[in-house]
Design a protein around this ligand. Structure first.
Ligand SMILES: C[S@@+](CC[C@H](N)C(=O)[O-])C[C@H]1O[C@@H](n2cnc3c(N)ncnc32)[C@H](O)[C@@H]1O
Length: 263
C-alpha cells in the first residue's frame, strides 16, 4: 500500500523530484491516520508542501551560464545568481544581507576548507558572496530540483563539490566538515520529527554548526517569533550535549547561531 501511495504522489509533476525514501516515510506515517487511499495521498501531499513545496521555484540556469566569464565576483554573474536565489523563499529573504551574512559566520568559525550544507535548497548559489576560495562544498537536500541547479552551478564555476540527495530525518549525515550549515532547517525538520535536528548535531563530524531561523514570515511580516526560536535553540543545544560554545551572527531577516562542537 505504501508503494501505491508513493506512485500516486509522484504522478504529480510537483513532487516527482523528491527523494523516494522521504515519500515512503511520509506515506507510512499518514496511512494509519487516513480514511482511505485517496485521503492518504492528500495527506502526504499536504506534508510535502510543508517539507519542500512551500519554498521551491525554478532557477534560471541558462542566465547563470550565459553570465559566467570565469570570475565569481563579476557583476553580471552576481546579478544572475541573485535572480536564481529569488527562486527559493529562503534564499530570497537573505539577498539584502548577502554581503555580511557569510563574513559574519566565518568571523566566528574561520573560513572553512570543507562545508557541509544540510537541506541546502539553493543556498550554494550564494557562493560568490561566501569568499571560501577552493573549499570543498558538500550539498545535500531531500529535493532533487534545487540539487540539479546546484550541481550544474558547481560544475560551471569549477568548485570542488559533492551533491547528494538525502532524507536527513531518516539518515542524519556523518560527514566531516569544518562548518555544517543547517540554515532555516530546524523548523522544517521539527514538523517531521522533533528529534531530527538533535540527531544531526550528534552525528555530523563538524567543528562548527550554524543553525538559523527565519524571523519573518514568508509573507514578509515580522511576527515576533524571535523569542520562540531562541528558546528552541537553547533546547537544541542542551539536547545535543556536545556544544561547547554558542555565538550569534544574526542579520535582520534571520537569527543565526554559530555552535562550536566538541570532537
Ligand atoms: C526552509 S528551506 C532552507 C533552505 C536553505 N538551507 C536556506 O536556508 O537557504 C528547507 C530545506 O530543507 C529541505 N528539507 C526538508 N526536509 C528535509 C529532509 N528530511 N532531509 C533533507 N532536506 C530536507 C527542503 O527541501 C528545503 O530545501
Amino acid at each position: 500500500m505504501i508503494t501505491e501511495i508513493v506512485e500516486r504522489v509522484v504522478r504529480s509533476s510537483r513532487y516527482r523530484d523528491v527523494d523516494r525514501s522521504l515519500l515512503s516515510r511520509l506515506a507510512a506515517e499518514e496511512l494509519p491516520r487516513a480514511r482511505n487511499p485517496e485521503d492518504a495521498v492528500k495527506r502526504v501531499k499536504r506534508r510535502l508542501h510543508q517539507v519542500v513545496g512551500a519554498f521551491r521555484g525554478a532557477p534560471q540556469r541558462n542566465a547563470i551560464e550565459e553570465a559566467w566569464n570565469g570570475d565569481l565576483t563579476g557583476s553580471a554573474f552576481r546579478a544572475a545568481c541573485i535572480d536564481a536565489l529569488r527562486g527559493h523563499a529562503s534564499t530570497r529573504e537573505r539577498i539584502p544581507h548577502l554581503e555580511s551574512f557569510y563574513a559574519g559566520i566565518w568571523a566566528r568559525t574561520g573560513v572553512p576548507a570543507r562545508i557541509c550544507d544540510v537541506g541546502c535548497g539553493l543556498n550554494p548559489l550564494a557562493l560568490p558572496w561566501m569568499g571560501i576560495g577552493d573549499a570543498t562544498y558538500l550539498a545535500t537536500d531531500v529535493d532533487q530540483r534545487p540539487l540539479q541547479a546546484v550541481s550544474a552551478f558547481f560544475d560551471l564555476v569549477g568548485q570542488l563539490n559533492e551533491v547528494r540527495t538525502a532524507d536527513v530525518v531518516a539518515e542524519p549525515p556523518s560527514d566531516e566538515a569544518d562548518v555544517a550549515l543547517l540554515l532555516k532547517l530546524v523548523t522544517t525538520l521539527d514538523r517531521q520529527d522533533p528529534e531530527a535536528a538533535t540527531r544531526i548535531l550528534q552525528t555530523i563530524r563538524a567543528r562548527h554548526a550554524v543553525v538559523s531561523f527565519a524571523t519573518r514570515s514568508m509573507g514578509g511580516r515580522g511576527d515576533g517569533r524571535d523569542r520562540i526560536y531562541r528558546s528552541r535553540m537553547e533546547r537544541l543545544v542542551a539536547e545535543a550535549r556536545h556544544v561547547s560554545a554558542v555565538a550569534e551572527a544574526s542579520v535582520p531577516s534571520e537569527l543565526v547561531f554559530v555552535l562550536t562542537l566538541d570532537g
